[in-house]
Unconditional design. Structure first.
Length: 696
């Protein structure tokens, strides 16, 4: 697909290692920092400035401020001992400035700072024993080049091993080859917002004159953010239209299997469950392909709704598949669905990467001949040798762990199979409208009546001994505890509790009652520990966030989250949802390391005061923005380079509406603006979407 990229973009998609002066070592650092191609350096924006326009006399230069001074070199003072600094005394009519260099080469310094001549130096002013100093000046130039440094320099985020000079050289090299691209934005919209062209916007962002030009609401930044949002919304809309155009199949009422299941439940569905199920069944009955998201807070009963939808497929003589991100979750869903399925005479199977060859071959054969009606599995369901007899419904749980194309890969294993994706991650309305605009949406807003709210308390880590004493009393009353730590092992860089060391510590207080689970353990070992916890053979489960999603231990009633200030609120809410699933009262202790910032305190107070995941997500979005809110890897949101979710929400909605209007007027993007928009899609690497346009 890269071969189809327009020629005008070729230079932007050359590797950063091909830039002048960038060898393999620097190229490796640049790739790590920004990405593999020149275009990635364009999106690596400055996060600050150094203003070198301040040019006082020596006597007027304030300590701690960057200044550009015109000086005359008076004398070089080499150190008597090698480890001491090399000094160069300089002056003007108001005083003396000492330039200080460590590990200096005398010949080099005498060459660039010849005695008796004037030079321009720029750097931070410091005072030492009432002497004005400048340690390792950033710039030393001749008078005739003063204008080159008396300016504003952009400051960029760096990575270990990379310094400013090669990074700035690489970015400037890329900016020099920026092509002039035909305008893809509507002219009236551009004028209304007073936005520059794409090329001018990039040049402005990388050459700021004031710090305000780097803010998300600066015109150039807004322009570039909107370009990316429009490319994303256009891509989602094209995929959605393509899927909707595919011939679907009507899967309507046929027999009494679904109704028999509802009648057999020892509880009544909530109103939200009934409404969501009705929306799903209406979609399944339509002769077009269903693409729907089922959103529900932790414990709202999404699995039951999905199971009933799968039964609608089964009573039509077809098959259903449920895909989940982890084996733990797959086995848990399998156990949840197995008993009611057996009572109804429906054959259910599980397929993960851990199945033994003989067992796997039997499942594959029964899927192919139709003997299995419902299969629950992990990524293993993607594999080529998984062939269905007649797959009519695919359900993807915790869908944010899978990309759009992964979802569709599973759906394509059936003939126009309907698609239902589920998430327990609360997504604010604005983000839902934009990040998942390719999906219709149903929300479960209630929890089953027997669910009790979890009491949440915020406790400083200094009181951890008191927490342990309280746990000793709780365990006497048959409680079970999740204890979540953010890291697997000790890090010298970040002073966070590690799951391994916390397990060792708790074993001192609770012998033979503590287990450990984390993502790096082998599957069989994780299963063994989870089974011990489920069967109450261990009372405390120390864990990383691997238990965040879907783990159902009804007897667990205490959740301890260590360094809660480091987690996103929605992630904490997910973790908190692992308790409060039984009949006993439950509590969640949020341990934090003081001092808390006012923002962190506000965030933890939100959790203390609310059990509503959607309200928590909305509040967290206001405080922090979506990237931190949901976590970059866990959010399922696009990995935007130019967008600030908190500041650009209005632009998100505008881009969604713009994309819809564009495709209504020019669905194949063949008009003048359409052709420019194709370039925009390639610019943001939406190559596969162009292929979708070509194939119709």
């Amino acid at each position: 697909m890269t071969l189809m990229r327009p020629k005008i973009l070729f230079s932007l998609f050359t590797g950063v290692r091909g830039l002048p002066g960038i060898g393999p070592r620097l190229g490796n650092f640049l790739e790590k920092l920004a990405g593999p191609n020149s275009i990635d350096l364009c999106w690596h924006f400055p996060n600050g400035i150094i203003d070198r326009r301040f040019s006082p006399k020596i006597k007027e230069a304030p300590s701690g401020k960057v200044a550009t001074l015109i000086i005359e070199v008076i004398e070089h003072v080499p150190p008597r001992v090698k480890r001491l600094p090399y000094k160069v005394l300089c002056g003007d009519e108001t005083g003396v400035l000492t330039l200080v260099f460590f590990h200096a080469e005398r010949d080099y310094l005498e060459k660039i700072l010849p005695s008796g001549e004037k030079r321009v130096v720029s750097g931070k002013i410091e005072f030492f024993k009432d002497q004005v100093q400048m340690l390792h000046p950033d710039h030393i130039v001749e008078l005739k080049k003063a204008n080159e440094i008396q300016t504003v320099e952009a400051i960029y985020p760096l990575t270990t091993g990379l310094t400013f000079k090669p990074l700035i050289k690489a970015i400037k090299g890329t900016l020099e080859i920026l092509p002039e691209l035909n305008e893809w934005q509507d002219s009236a919209w551009l004028n209304k917002n007073a936005w520059p062209s794409w090329r001018k916007a990039l040049l402005q962002v990388h050459n700021p004159k004031e710090i305000s030009e780097l803010l998300p609401n600066a015109p150039a930044r807004e322009r570039l953010a909107y370009d990316e949002l429009l490319a994303d919304q256009l891509a989602l809309s094209i995929v959605r239209l393509s899927e909707k155009r595919k011939v679907g199949r009507s899967v309507g009422p046929k027999g009494t299997l679904l109704q028999n299941a509802i009648s057999s439940f020892p509880y009544k569905l909530t109103n939200s469950q009934e409404n969501a199920l009705e929306e799903i069944l209406i979609d399944m009955k339509k002769p077009i392909r269903m693409l729907r998201m089922l959103q529900g807070d932790v414990g709202s009963g999404k699995t039951i709704v999905a199971f009933l939808a799968m039964l609608r497929a089964v009573e039509n003589g077809t098959q259903a598949a449920l895909m989940v991100p982890t084996e733990i979750l797959a086995r848990q869903h399998f156990q949840t669905i197995l008993t009611p399925s057996e009572k109804l005479g429906v054959k259910v199977a599980i397929l993960t990467g851990q199945e033994k060859r003989k067992s796997r071959d039997r499942v594959l054969q029964d899927l192919k001949n139709g003997a299995i009606s419902i299969v629950i599995g992990t990524h293993a369901l993607f594999q080529k040798d998984v062939i269905f007899n007649d797959l009519a419904l695919t359900v993807v749980d915790e869908q944010h762990r899978f990309g759009v194309h992964q979802r569709l890969m599973l759906a394509d294993k059936g003939s126009a199979a309907d698609m239902l994706v589920m998430t327990a991650t609360p997504i604010p309305r604005t983000l839902m409208l934009c990040a998942y605009s390719d999906l219709d949406s149903s929300r479960l807003l209630e929890k089953p009546k027997n669910r009790k709210p979890v009491e949440t308390r915020v406790v400083p880590l200094s009181k951890i001994d008191q927490v342990i004493e309280r746990l000793k009393q709780a365990l006497k009353g048959d409680a079970q505890v999740f204890w979540v730590c953010p890291l697997i092992e000790e890090s010298e860089l970040i002073n966070l509790a590690a799951a391994t060391s916390r397990e060792d510590d708790l074993k001192q207080h609770f012998p033979a009652q503590v287990g450990l689970i984390h993502g790096q353990m082998k599957s069989a070992e994780k299963q063994r520990v989870m089974k011990s916890f489920l069967e109450r053979r261990i009372k405390i489960l120390v864990s990383t966030t691997v238990i965040e999603v879907g783990v159902d231990i009804p007897h667990a009633n205490i959740m301890v989250i260590e360094h809660a200030e480091r987690f996103g609120l929605s992630q904490i809410h997910q973790l908190r949802g692992r308790v409060g699933r039984g009949e006993t009262s439950s509590s969640c202790l949020l341990l934090y390391a003081p001092p808390l910032t006012s923002n962190s305190r506000s965030r933890l107070n939100i959790l203390r005061n609310s059990n509503d995941g959607f309200q928590i997500a909305e509040e967290d979005l206001k405080l922090r923005g979506a990237g931190e809110l949901l976590g970059t890897k866990q959010s399922g949101l696009p990995n935007f380079k130019n967008v600030d979710f908190k500041s650009h929400q209005g632009l998100m909605l505008a881009a969604r509406d713009d994309a819809k209007l564009i495709l209504e007027r020019d669905p194949k993007l063949t008009g003048e603006r359409g052709k420019a928009l194709r370039v925009l899609l390639y610019l943001f690497e939406k190559d596969s979407v162009i292929q979708t346009l070509r194939s119709g």
